[in-house]
Design a binder for this molecule. Structure first.
Ligand code: HEC
Length: 168
């Protein structure tokens, strides 16, 4: 599934980063993902919304790794990832509002034919990000599936499969 993809990149750098730099690491991963996942997109407005998605993928990967104990639970790091996800999901409607096009975009035209429904999906994701509980590993494990479900629910309806080899 899409959120397993950045694990290689994360795995290779995670030992090098003390947890005090966790927030910076999350940001760096988001940026690195953005740079490496251009997919040939030339419209900067389309690239901006794809970058946002890649940033959420990176933040979500941190949390899924912790939930599966492939990464030690770190409350500060988890909180930073939650903060990223709250911010990114909040910006989805703004970045998708205009139907900017690019031959390499995976967005279905249905996004703009069903704008209210798409917006509701974004709101659900934002509510689930808000509802993430990062106090303990148990809390994280309990609250994470609801968020993941909102990512896949929107993708099932509004995103073409593609780039599977890099993002799913
Ligand atoms: C409201 C709908 C919606 C929600 C919610 C949503 N996405 Fe997306 N996502 C899209 C659409 C549409 C695209 C395709 C954008 C494009 O290519 O123009 C996309 C693309 C992506 C991509 C592919 C980027 C690339 O490399 O091309 C990733 C990764 C991604 N989303 C991750 C996530 C994650 C993680 C979440 C949940 C935290 C999430 N998305 C929630 C609609 C959504």
């Amino acid at each position: 599934m899409f959120y397993f993809c950045s694990h290689f990149a994360i795995r290779s750098i995670r030992h090098a980063w003390p947890s005090a730099f966790a927030a910076a690491a999350v940001l760096l991963m988001a940026l690195a993902g953005g740079l490496s996942a251009n997919h040939g997109i030339s419209n900067p407005k389309v690239q901006a919304r794809v970058d946002l998605m890649i940033a959420q993928k990176a933040a979500l990967a941190v949390l899924t790794e912790m939930a599966s104990t492939r990464r030690p639970f770190d409350r500060d790091q988890a909180r930073a990832a939650r903060k990223t996800l709250k911010g990114t999901t909040d910006k989805i409607p703004n970045l998708f509002r205009r139907p900017h096009r690019d031959p390499h975009s995976l967005a279905k035209p249905a996004v703009w034919h069903n704008w209210d429904d798409f917006k509701h999906h974004a709101e659900r994701a934002n509510t689930a990000a808000d509802g993430l509980n990062t106090r303990t590993l148990v809390d994280l494990r309990r609250s994470l599936p609801a968020l993941i479900q909102t990512c896949t629910a929107c993708h099932d309806k509004y995103k073409n499969p593609g780039h599977e080899f890099t993002t799913h």
